[in-house]
Design a protein around this ligand. Structure first.
Ligand code: NGO
Length: 523
């Protein structure tokens, strides 16, 4: 199929021979179609030769603005530690003869805002896209085309070859993300940044932060300071909690934006609110504040839905959050409000939806919010009841797919997993991969789905290593489910691509779960 023609053979001799003389490392394979790329691109054509990045390589930009310069700097920072090269970044409106060329074009409509085209010859590596965002996604592909050692943080003495050919690639779904629960256990700003880097590597574009729950309130709200002073003090198990100041939060939002990832903040209500109720007695129907909670039960707390102060509170919180949030969404939770009567829950959600919209944001809620009267701009996150997702669609709302039995990153892989829960399912790496968003239910069709989100709830996890163990390798499969069309996805083929990622993950120091379902390749 991808036979090496006589011409490419000659090229191989001309180009690889000098390399063999000057270095003792083996050249990388030069068949672009054989390189493991996750998520799998739409089309890949190989031309059987190689481009080599050297200390002389220049990164050229077709247009110089803050965003393109940012992508070029990101690429240069990515390549610098392992290569040791200091890349010059230069403007070149016309295509240069050699080097790495990041070009904005408007020639290819099918690429949309996130798509890219990568053309590699022996002389030039040309990445083109309609938007800087597409260039950024393309850089993630480029990264996987280089030897795994490119991820090393110290200089590696080897050849930096990329197989020649052409890739055209764009996402299936607009919304591809993960959720991190920073409430049950608090994770530092640095951990969140690493989380962002890890999902960015697989072209995800959303990070939903679960910022408040029974066990902790994690975002500074200046008009209600006790939420963090008191409500952020602890976490599951009784350890020190923590919270993000608004400055920290802005830094996270900015860091994510530089990687074309939208932060979606969530304040869960009216249930899952013990930390808030414990911080302000007036939010309780009894007028008395409960103790802080460090267990893992759910469904026991509720805001007092018929007190006016409750809506003042919600409006203040959403107002500050909306100001901190450049993206269009505020997530208001709405799940498992088991101690809120349905006749109180419905008007509460209706009113909260109005508040969110009054701050020019769109509401997202867990699937129970379908019991209320949803605005057509509201998005429903399906996690528990398919019937709720169907009700959402019947109300004209779009759906984010996070069915717990398929997409929850906190589910154990199997009964021996050292972390996680199993109330929804055990989710092995193959189970996590082998499903299609638009085929779970006859009513939840492609048109009604904006994408996928894989939530990582943190009842059982405390450190970045713990996060990585539950996250990897499943997150790579979820990224592919969101990015690649279903007709290109097949477990038997995917597991080989995944297996080939193991040295890369090791060099990235990702503490992944070494599932026996995957024939891991260790160098
Ligand atoms: C449920 C619950 C969360 C738990 C999680 C654990 C939703 C939307 N509400 O998902 O509070 O942390 O399960 O898997």
């Amino acid at each position: 199929m991808h036979s090496v023609t006589e011409k490419t053979k000659r090229h191989l001799i001309i180009f690889i021979f000098p390399i063999l003389i000057f270095s003792c490392t083996q050249p990388e394979p030069t068949d672009l179609t054989k390189v493991s790329i996750i998520p799998i691109p739409i089309t890949v054509e190989a031309t059987g030769s190689a481009y080599t990045i050297t200390s002389e390589t220049v990164i050229y930009l077709s247009e110089s603005n803050d965003e393109t310069k940012n992508v070029a700097a990101y690429l240069s920072n990515l390549l610098h530690p392992a290569t040791g090269f200091d890349f010059k970044i230069e403007l070149s409106e016309n295509e240069p003869k050699a080097g790495i060329y990041l070009a904005l074009t408007s020639e290819n409509n099918e690429l949309g805002t996130e798509g890219y085209e990568l053309e590699v010859t022996e002389d030039i590596m040309k990445l083109s896209a309609n938007q800087p965002e597409g260039l950024f996604r393309g850089v993630q592909t480029l990264r996987q085309l280089l030897p795994a050692d490119i991820e090393a943080q110290s200089v590696q003495n080897q050849q930096w070859q990329v197989a020649t050919g052409k890739i055209v690639d764009y996402p299936e779904y607009e919304h591809r993300g993960s959720m991190l629960d920073v409430s049950r256990h608090f994770f530092s700003k640095e951990d969140v940044k690493r989380y962002i880097d890890l999902i960015a590597a697989y072209k995800m574009n959303r990070l939903h932060l679960h910022l408040a729950d029974d066990q902790g309130w994690r975002i500074e709200i200046k008009s209600w300071p006790n939420l963090t002073v008191h409500g952020g003090k602890t976490e599951v198990g009784g350890g020190d909690g923590g919270f993000y100041t608004q400055e920290d939060y802005k830094e996270i939002v900015q860091y994510a934006a530089e990687r074309y990832i939208m932060i979606i903040p969530e304040i869960d209500m009216p249930g899952h609110t013990n930390a808030a109720l414990s911080s302000y007695p007036e939010l309780n129907c009894s007028g008395e504040a409960p103790e802080l909670y460090t267990g893992t039960e759910v469904g026991f707390s509720t805001l007092c839905t018929d007190k006016e102060i409750t809506y003042k509170f919600v409006d203040d919180v959403i107002s500050e959050l909306a100001t901190l949030t450049p993206g269009p969404y505020i997530h208001v939770g709405g799940d498992e409000s088991h101690v809120t009567a349905m006749e109180d829950y419905i008007p509460f959600i209706n009113r909260v939806q109005e508040i969110v919209m009054s701050h020019n944001k769109k509401m997202i809620g867990w699937d129970e919010v379908v019991n209320a009267e949803l605005d057509s701009s509201t998005i429903v996150q399906y996690w528990s009841e398919a019937d709720n997702a169907v009700m959402a669609i019947n109300q004209g709302a779009k759906v984010i797919m996070s069915p717990a039995y398929k997409a929850y990153l906190d589910m154990q892989y199997d009964s021996a997993s050292r972390l996680g829960q199993n109330w929804a399912a055990y989710i092995e790496v193959d189970e996590a991969y082998q499903w299609d968003l638009a085929s779970l239910n006859a009513t939840i069709t492609r048109d009604n789905i904006i994408g996928i989100e894989a939530p990582l709830w943190s009842e059982t996890i405390e450190t970045m290593d713990d996060i990585e163990y539950l996250m990897f390798p499943r997150i790579m499969g979820y990224a592919e489910i969101g990015w690649s069309p279903v007709k290109l996805r097949n477990w038997e083929e995917y597991k080989m691509r995944l297996a080939a990622q193991s040295s890369r993950l090791k060099i990235m120091q990702v503490d992944y779960y070494p599932s026996t379902k995957v024939p891991w390749v260790t160098n």
